[in-house]
Design a protein around this ligand. Sequence first.
Ligand code: SAM
Length: 321
Amino acid sequence: MSQTRHVPVMLQRCLDLLAPALQAPAHPEPVVVDCTLGLGGHSEALLAAFPAARLIGLDRDKEALRLSGERLAPYGDRATLVHAVYDELPDVLARLRIPRVQGVLFDLGVSSMQLDEADRGFAYAQDAPLDMRMDQTTGIGAAEVLNTYPPGELVRILRAYGEEKQAKRIVSAVVREREKEPFSNSARLVELIRDSLPQAAKRTGGNPAKRTFQALRIEVNGELGVLERAIPAAVGTLAVGGRIAVLSYHSLEDRLVKQVFAAGAANTAPPGLPVVPERYQPRLKLLTRGAELPTEEEVAQNRRAAPARLRGAQRVREEER
Ligand SMILES: C[S@@+](CC[C@H](N)C(=O)[O-])C[C@H]1O[C@@H](n2cnc3c(N)ncnc32)[C@H](O)[C@@H]1O
């Protein structure tokens, strides 16, 4: 695991957003949760930047836990790593007897390790079994989705999760081909997508298989459903003054995050009240104006940062509405 292989995205900005909640005088022994440990890049920086903090790191990928475990070993019992899907955060904290936390970070999507390990099947650039499960101990892989889902369902997935305009064309080709022989490897799918697209569509936006691969990955891992539960759950674990930062990599993720933050930051009083009672007041304060983007310089150094969108919020009130 070399540094050239993995550069944490918008690292300094994430640290700056969380800092006021993780250092004195905010809290003597703050707890920060990294919900997407990956290779532990952000986590290591959090542990180094905030020496009083305890870190809880979650990942659904056991290989990620093993690698980040090695990387964070020098921090001893300041880091607790847990194999979990991030919508399980409240249960994980309950098991650890941690009532509230001061910081939460999400760096969504796949890790460089998952993309680089060809046999995981995430990358369209290398031929590999079509798996794409982040947790290889459970669920069905991408090949099974492709071989067994009804055509209408596949079209919906490609459109919704991949924003693929040519979804119908690709799915017709997939259905025709899978009847001859089920899909097992990525190269055949990449080739099929390339062959089924009109010339004009091939010229735009990089590898034409990119959107289909993203869509399959999101479906295989149930990513949006989990995220929809996880962000409100994470906000619920924050102590007053606690902060959350979320890095998204496509518009569907970012929209979900935006909606949860906006709902938390809204004043829900019926119109016309002269004084707004506490229960109607926002429980979140937005820390970013819209979504922040990586700098051009960062993107030039790390192309995986290019689609990143960062949003932050602070818990300002205790009560649930
Ligand atoms: C982009 S990587 C994180 C990289 C990390 N910030 C670093 O600096 O090394 C995202 C990680 O989140 C994990 N992940 C994705 N969805 C998850 C979920 N629903 N629950 C738990 N972990 C998840 C993936 O397995 C992957 O390791």
